[in-house]
Every structure is written in C-alpha cells, then in structure tokens.
Design a binder for this molecule. Structure first.
Ligand code: KDG
Ligand code: MG
Length: 405
C-alpha cells in the first residue's frame, strides 16, 4: 500500500487548524493534526516543501520506519515545527493502518485498559465568584475534575481567562499581531489561595481541582504556591515553572506534595527525560500533535510508566479534534493514563469540518470503534474558512520585562 498523495489544509472555523491528508494507492486515506498555534504556516511550508516529497511511493504500513526517517534522517532533530509535521504524518499513517486492518487504533496499540476516559473541564472566570459559578455549572453537567482559573485583580488581562480572549473572539480567530499582557506574581498570589479555599468550602472534597500557572512563576515561587495549595488537595498544578533546566523542578519537588504536571510544549522525550526519571513530576501533558504523534506518545507513556508518572494529554482548543481522537486511542490503551483535558469539540463550523463518534457523558469520554482514528475531515467545509494570521499573547512584568512563557 503506497503513499500516493499528501495534501495539507489550513482552515479557521474560529481558530486555525492545520490538517494533513495522506492518500494511498489502495484508495485508503488517513488524516493527522499539525496545528502549531501562532506558527501554523511554518508547519504547512515544512510539510509541503520538505516532508511530503520524500514520502511519495513509500509503504504506508511502515509507520516506524517513516517516523525514524523523518526524525533522524533530517539531521536537524526536534523542534516544534519539525515535530508537528512528523506528528501529523504519523497520525495519518495510524489512521490508514487501522482502516486497512478494519480496527480502531487502540486495538493496534494493545487494546483497552479501561472503558472510558476521565476528562477535566475548564472553569475560567472574570473573578473568583464567576469561576466558582462556572465550576458549579460543570459539576451539574457531570464533570468530576475541573481546572480553575480566575482573572488576577489589578492586571489588565490574565492569560487563559475570558479577558484575555475578548479581542480574539471579536476578531473571530484573527489576531494580526501578538497582544501584550502584564504579569505580577504578587497580585496573583493575593488571589489564588482564596480561589481554592472558596472552591473547597463550596464544593467539598469529592471533586478534583486543578490549576494551570502557565509557567509564570520561578521555581521557588512555584514551591511556595504548591505548599500554600496543599490544604486544598489539587489533582495537579500545571506548568508551575518552565523546565528548560529540568533540574529546577527539584526545587519545587523538595518543598511540596502538591502533584505536578508539565509537558504541553514538549516535542520529544528528551524534554522530560530527567523530570520523569527523577520522579519530579506526576503527570506528563505532552500532546500527540506537538510531540511527534502516536508513535512518540506511546513511547513516552511507556517510559513514564516505569517511574509512576501518568499521562494527562493537552486538550486545548488550538489542537484539532483529530488530535483529540488520537489521544482517545492512546488514553484508552495506556496503562498509566491519568486524565484528559477537555474543552468541547469547538463551534458548529468546526463540527461540520471534523466529524466523529466520540461520546462525552457525565465527564467521561467514550472512544469511537470506527476503524482507524474514527474521524472524518470534510475538505469542502474546511475551504469555506480560510487561514487568518493569529498570535498567542506575550507576557511582560509591570516594569516591561518580557516574562516567562
Ligand atoms: O497554544 C497555547 C494553549 O494551548 C495553552 O495556553 C493552553 O495551557 C493551556 C492548556 O493547558 O490547555
Ligand atoms: Mg497548560
């Protein structure tokens, strides 16, 4: 079964998504997600100019060989653009293999380790009360794990809450230049403990609570936050600090028993090898789209399992539903799966482009049993919503210093 054609699509049904479609001479095709928020066209060009020409005529069944060929053969290993391209090719090839075998991808990975995938939802509010009201709504919908974020009083906008996204929604997925946001650790600390204290008072101890710091703290500040939040028993604290220096997590770890999660920006196992091996984290957030696809994530999950680290794949709205489908197969298989982030399946336009049978009920997701990844990509619908240049915001301290991101 030879690779006959590789097409790359960029559509923006409210957000930019980069989709790869591989067609074989057997008439079977597969799809993969290559979305890299804010740098989409770099991946498109990389795929079209440099990756696709090398793959035409190759055996579509040789997933491992193609992965190694693209990763090692390129000489310039790793990197977000490179790995997003490899990821999309890899996902599409798993989709093809599953369709050829007449089996869902999770069966090719080893079958089910569980019947359903536990999800965590987002409650992001303009103030503490707003966040808590949104949490209550999600609890009423059946979610048992919820990530709480709240705007920081005294800052113009706070990343990840509505204030941050207002311009984005108004511009409908088009942010022609990066907005700038101000950060103050002091102001954040004044708010954050109160948020979790009030959440526990209002919702009791049965609900799992999570929080994402978006890498805004230094290691020692993260250690302090972890300690302050211990009474509120978080499921995990995400991206407390950047870990380009993986040793920096030793500082956090030695001070707090709050579980730690990291990895949504990771491209390879090398980004988290020391974090895992030294048991400095509890959850690995790597995404199939950004870390080299199903082949790479399977390997990372196996490595993490040796050190009691669970998987908790990234599930932000800037990953396409194809990535979510890939995660579903990994999640249902991985013996050390922890939890999946979930923000819904996008707007109506998105749902017309990406069609699937994944069911979400009472905070749990049920994998599709359709052969392959179980997701269809409608090219005609996608063409109705062309690419719009759009950036993530840049963070600065109050004195103007560019801050951790
Ligand atoms: O593109 C960046 C987003 O995916 C990211 O900010 C979302 O941190 C995020 C999360 O945990 O979903
Ligand atoms: Mg995050």
């Amino acid at each position: 079964m030879k690779i006959k054609e590789i097409k790359v699509f960029v559509c923006n049904p409210g957000r930019n998504f980069v989709t790869v479609k591989i067609t074989t001479d057997a008439g079977i095709y597969g799809v993969g997600d290559a979305t890299l928020n804010g740098r989409e066209m770099a991946v498109v060009s990389y795929l079209e100019e440099h990756v696709a020409p090398c793959l035409i005529g190759r055996n579509a069944h040789d997933i491992e060989d193609i992965w190694q060929y693209l990763y090692k053969g390129v000489y310039w290993r790793k990197g977000a653009v490179n790995m997003a391209a490899i990821a999309a090719i890899d996902m599409a090839l798993w989709d093809i293999k599953g369709k050829a075998a007449g089996l869902p991808v999770y069966q090719l990975l080893g079958g089910k380790s569980r019947q359903a995938v536990t999800l965590y939802a987002h409650a992001s509010g303009e103030d503490i009360e707003d966040t808590l009201n949104k949490t209550e709504d999600l609890i009423n919908q059946g979610f048992k794990a919820i990530r709480l974020q709240s705007a920081v009083p005294g800052l113009n906008v706070t990343y990840g809450v509505l204030g941050d996204k207002k311009d984005y929604f108004e511009l409908q997925g088009n942010r022609p230049l990066p907005p700038e946001e101000t950060w103050s650790t002091q102001k954040y600390f004044n708010m954050i403990v109160e948020l979790f204290q009030k959440a526990r008072e209002r919702f009791g101890n049965d609900i799992q609570l999570l929080h994402d710091v978006h890498s805004r703290l230094t290691p020692i500040e993260s250690a302090k936050l972890g300690k302050l939040l211990e009474p509120y028993n978080l499921m995990f604290l995400e991206d407390a600090s950047i870990a380009e220096n993986q040793d920096s997590y030793k500082v956090i770890r030695q001070h707090t028993t709050t579980p730690l999660a990291i990895g949504e920006t990771y491209n390879t196992i090398w980004d988290c090898k020391d974090l895992i091996q030294n048991q400095l984290i509890d959850y690995l957030r790597a995404a199939a789209t950004h870390a080299g696809g199903i082949t790479a994530l399977r390997r990372m999950a196996d490595f993490a399992s040796i050190y009691n680290v669970k998987t908790a794949p990234h599930g932000a709205p800037d990953l396409s539903p194809i990535c979510f489908a890939a995660h579903m197969h990994l999640n249902i298989w991985a013996p050390n799966f922890g939890i999946q982030e979930f923000v819904g399946f996008g707007n109506e336009q998105s749902k017309q482009i990406f069609k699937h049978q994944i069911k979400v009920e009472q905070g749990m997701a049920y994998v599709s049993d359709a052969p392959g990844l179980g997701i269809e990509f409608d090219e005609t619908e996608a063409r109705k919503y062309p690419y719009k240049r759009s950036y993530l915001p840049v963070s600065r301290l109050e004195d103007g210093t560019v801050w951790n991101w």
